[in-house]
Design a protein around this ligand. Structure first.
Ligand code: PSU
Ligand code: MN
Length: 305
């Protein structure tokens, strides 16, 4: 066992017994949503995972320890501290661990810690990807490289159009990451169900998704799998409204010279401001929906072993 890893008692018991477990990230809590909706959402997501037969394992770094499975108090702490917590991708881990500080895990670091603990399925909202203008800025999220090398399934609602979705799919193809549409042939664009880009494969049930993941493992293929699950129709946003807000946020980030790890949080916060409460409601609902699909898939996977 990795000496920096701390798995909660409940999660460890579930893993030892071969029960289904679903990982959850913490950057969505600290940087992705405002307090107190972030904490309410994180706790509600854990409940949805339990209601669908799996054990939730929210992941973060506390005092330099890689924690898999947080208490309610720990989730409350991360939510209250918000952006004061260091947003940690793969490159941040060495110093955050050695300095024994707190860190919020992105998709990349949540995958790393989940995999260390033996958790194979992870639910979130959206992933990082290739940013618009990356052909000159080279701003490409480390989430994509992680999907290429770490054997964890990430269930998300696609990616926000703050990214270049076409280039993100090209990158994933080059890296050999399967992109699955859950009940759809089209890549969902987070707030909306459609993006104009096709996914690699459409699978329609948790069982089919679990089988594909088991085949990836059974065949000894490295890397993870991206399952894109469209936001439920009733919560999806008007494409013109959301795209106008995204275009404005991207333009402002270029004007203000925002770059590096600040880029994604800046864009997310600005889109939220420009759309008022609507985008937050949509965001919460799509995370709930992803938690449900991830838990149901984890149940099927555990039955196959
Ligand atoms: N996209 C979202 N919501 C989020 C993030 C991305 O719609 O909360 C967060 C996730 O934690 C993701 C991270 O892993 O931002 C990507 O950041 P970067 O682009 O700096 O790698
Ligand atoms: Mn980046």
């Amino acid at each position: 066992m990795n000496k920096f890893l701390e798995v909660s008692k409940e999660v460890q018991e579930a893993l030892d017994a071969g029960k289904p477990v679903v990982a959850l990230e913490s950057t969505i809590i600290s940087h992705g949503m405002p307090y107190p909706q972030n904490v309410e959402t994180a706790l509600a997501v854990e409940k949805i995972i339990r209601d669908n037969g799996a054990v939730p394992a929210t992941i973060a770094i506390l005092g330099g320890k890689l924690k898999c499975g947080l208490s309610e108090d720990e989730i409350e702490y991360l939510g209250k501290k918000g952006k004061e917590i260091v947003k940690c991708s793969r490159r941040d881990l060495p110093v955050v661990i050695s300095k024994k500080i707190d860190g919020a895990t992105t998709v990349a670091t949540t995958m790393i810690i989940a995999s260390m603990a033996g958790v194979q399925i992870f639910a979130t909202g959206g992933i990082g990807g290739v940013h618009r203008g990356a052909e000159t800025t080279m701003d490409i999220s480390a989430d994509l490289e992680e999907l290429a090398q770490t054997p964890v399934m990430v269930v998300c609602a696609g990616a926000k159009a703050i990214l270049d979705l076409g280039l993100t799919l090209e990158y994933l193809e080059t890296k050999g990451v399967p992109v699955i549409g859950y009940g759809t042939e089209e890549l969902p664009a987070f707030y909306t169900r459609k993006s104009g880009f096709k996914v690699d494969y459409r699978l329609d049930t948790p069982e089919e998704v679990a089988e594909a993941f088991a085949a990836q493992r059974g065949a000894g293929l490295k890397g993870g799998m991206l399952v894109t699950n469209p936001i439920p129709e009733e919560y999806s946003m008007d494409a013109d409204v959301i795209n106008a807000a995204i275009d404005q946020a991207v333009a402002e980030s270029v004007e203000q010279g925002i770059h590096g790890k600040e880029s994604t949080p800046f864009l997310l916060a600005r889109v939220k401001e420009l759309t008022g409460g609507d985008s937050l409601d949509a965001n919460i609902q799509l995370v709930f929906n992803n938690a449900k699909v991830a838990a149901q898939t984890a149940v099927k996977l555990s039955e196959m072993k």
